[in-house]
Design a protein around this ligand. Structure first.
Ligand code: SF4
Ligand code: SF4
Length: 200
């Protein structure tokens, strides 16, 4: 169970940094950050984040609670670990962002532009639950469809050339979706995971 923020609702709160150090997985290692910027400079998705990891860590130190808890940086991190292998102080940047994302959700915060991420996560988990695999065609189609028929066709047409290129090179499966053999076993695993999660 996540400890509540010491002063929820405050825009700035110097106790917030202590809360992150004590409650976010790897947060205690943030004290080692020397603000060199190697993480942000190495991040392939940095342009899609409202703040790079270096800046986000400084914002945490500065007590910018509201801005950090509504930042899209944790959600947009792809967990490529490039920042982790390059950080000269061995700060576990990816773990911090992953757990910060979980804490945002648990405490009822969400990034300003999180609709895309939520829609994608729902499509991803739908495929994982249904087939035990992620079928990129169905995940993409379901994801586009969540924004309505017009957006579905618009995005599909925009990406058609890329999809055809993948199919031509044998990088995209055509035909029925692949599925795991033991679907009952998969359901048992997912049910157990849900039960463990609900224990808090
Ligand atoms: S690379 Fe490491 S030390 Fe440098 S800013 Fe990022 S987290 Fe801090
Ligand atoms: S793990 Fe996340 S923050 Fe680190 S470089 Fe990759 S995308 Fe960027």
């Amino acid at each position: 169970m996540t400890a509540p923020l010491p002063n929820p609702g405050k825009k700035y709160d110097l106790d917030f940094a202590r809360w992150v150090y004590d409650n976010v997985n790897g947060g205690d290692k943030m004290a080692l950050c020397m603000q060199c910027g190697v993480c942000s400079g190495s991040c392939p998705i940095g342009t899609n984040m409202d703040h790079g990891p270096r800046k986000l860590f400084m914002m945490i130190r500065a007590g910018m609670q509201e801005a950090v808890m509504t930042s899209n940086t944790p959600a947009n991190c792809t967990s490529c670990y490039r920042c982790v292998v390059r950080c000269p102080r061995s700060v576990p940047v990816t773990y911090i962002l992953q757990d910060l994302l979980a804490k945002q959700a648990e405490l009822g915060y969400r990034a300003k532009d999180s609709n895309e991420n939520i829609a994608f996560a729902k499509s991803f988990w739908w495929s994982a639950r249904a087939f035990g695999r992620t079928d990129e065609r169905l995940v993409t189609a379901k994801y586009y469809w969540s924004f309505g028929p017009a957006e579905f066709w618009k995005r599909s047409m925009e990406n058609l050339k890329i999809a055809l290129g993948f199919i031509k090179k044998g990088r995209m499966h055509i035909g029925m979706p692949h599925s795991v053999k033991d679907k009952k076993g998969l359901k048992a695993i997912l049910d157990k995971a849900r039960e463990i999660e609900s224990r808090g």
